[in-house]
Design a protein around this ligand. Structure first.
Ligand SMILES: [Zn+2]
Length: 111
């Protein structure tokens, strides 16, 4: 359902099994979340889900099903930049996140 950007090659992304992709997909599309950068409420399909897992790793969850605490971000460059500069993800995850790591993650998404 979520179109994958063609050139998305994130080697450190953890792949998530999507065993629950049966029904529910149409319903899930109408679920909205708030962007941590601009505060807009958007359908989940228009947002990136950033996940912090139990190991404390930050990944972009393209399946929407990764375990861990999630934060949502518009799929645009402005919100990514804003999230980095405003440290919105630090607030969402209630921890210190390496800024470089976030920037690397986002620069992959922006390609
Ligand atoms: Zn936004």
């Amino acid at each position: 359902m979520i179109p994958k950007p063609k050139s998305l090659t994130m080697k450190r992304l953890t792949t998530v099994k999507s065993d629950s992709v049966k029904n529910g997909m149409k319903k899930a599309e109408r679920v909205t979340r708030k962007c941590v950068a601009c505060g807009d409420i958007r359908p989940k399909s228009e947002l990136f889900r950033i996940v912090r897992n139990r190991e404390g790793e930050i990944t972009v969850d393209l399946s929407g099903r990764a375990d861990g605490r999630g934060a949502y971000l518009c799929r645009n460059v402005d919100c990514m930049r804003k999230a980095v500069s405003s440290r919105a993800l630090n607030r969402s995850f209630k921890c210190e996140i390496d800024k470089e790591l976030i920037e690397n993650l986002f620069s992959e998404l922006m390609k």
